[in-house]
Design a protein around this ligand. Structure first.
Ligand code: HPA
Length: 278
């Protein structure tokens, strides 16, 4: 389904006005928190918390583990917007809607976007609890938030040769080293969901170069690229992908592992935020 560019821009203006009615904070960074990782938002100081239900046109988040809240405040001494209200393709949203939180972050003044997610490990070395710095992605949902007319401030054919900012990744590596945070690096593949993958699909993803699989992040990274907003992405591997482990996949396990590694992830993200936008 396509969108109307003028209406799209008006919707964003109305959402921006609703946020501005609560806070005039201009975030340096925006952070989108994935499944089981949302509690980093509790560390935000002087927080203004806005329910996404009070933001006109914000797509409704329905997944357990994804509170629909925007938190504006200070983290590691920097003004931030924490988006605790990721929206997913499998909830029935249009591809365009998946970019809405990113467009709002940009409109609020964000200079960089940190995306975290829970993902299944395809690379056999990436077991549950691995933090994976995303180096690149593969879009196997074949949906794109830019499909349709050119949105305000967007290019028609955005370059995607540096989707996870190289300079920022170097900063993140140094922060991990300094803080003795272990991590791996790899390629994330996006599938639409909501069903998990089949073992044959996972073998296929491994062949085409994917290290981890999940149901988010890619549309947000594409939207950010279109707006010239640098992205940093970190996956928490919560389970071996289908066919690689002994257990059936379960969202409860995904949430649990997300919680178990959250202090390591939180330490890394706090360090990243302290350095600011690249
Ligand atoms: N597949 C897709 N999405 C996921 C997975 C998975 O194995 N684990 C967490 N999110």
């Amino acid at each position: 389904m396509t969108f109307d560019a003028d209406t799209d821009a008006q919707h964003l203006d109305q959402a921006l006005a609703a946020v501005r009615a609560h806070s005039d904070l201009e975030p340096e960074l925006a952070l989108v928190l994935g499944s089981g990782l949302g509690e980093l938002a509790d560390d935000v100081e002087d927080a203004t918390v806005i329910s996404t239900a009070d933001v006109p046109h914000y797509p409704t988040s329905t997944v357990q583990g994804h509170a629909g809240r925007l938190v504006l405040g200070t983290l590691s001494g920097k003004p931030v917007l924490v988006i605790q209200g990721r929206v997913h393709f499998y909830e029935g949203h249009s591809a365009r809607s998946l970019g809405f939180p990113v467009r709002l972050a940009k409109a609020l003044g964000a200079k960089g976007l940190v995306l975290t997610n829970a993902a299944g490990g395809i690379n056999p070395d990436f077991g549950p609890g691995t933090l994976m710095l995303i180096t690149d992605h593969i879009n196997l949902a074949f949906a794109n938030p830019l499909a349709g007319p050119v949105g305000r401030g967007e290019g028609r054919f955005p370059d995607m040769s540096n989707p996870y900012d190289e300079e920022w990744r170097e900063q993140a590596r140094n922060i991990a080293l300094t803080n003795r945070i272990s991590y791996r690096e790899g390629v994330y593949v996006w599938t639409g969901g909501p069903s998990y993958e089949t073992p044959a699909e996972i073998r296929y993803f491994a062949h085409v170069g994917a290290d981890a699989v999940g149901m988010s992040t890619v549309p947000e990274a594409i939207q950010a690229a279109a707006l010239g907003l640098p992205v940093l992405g970190i996956s928490t591997i919560t389970n071996p992908a289908a066919g690689l482990g002994s257990e059936p996949l379960d969202h409860g396990d995904v949430l649990e592992v997300g919680r178990a590694v959250r202090s390591r992830l939180a330490a890394w993200v706090r360090g990243i935020v302290a350095e600011g936008a690249p």
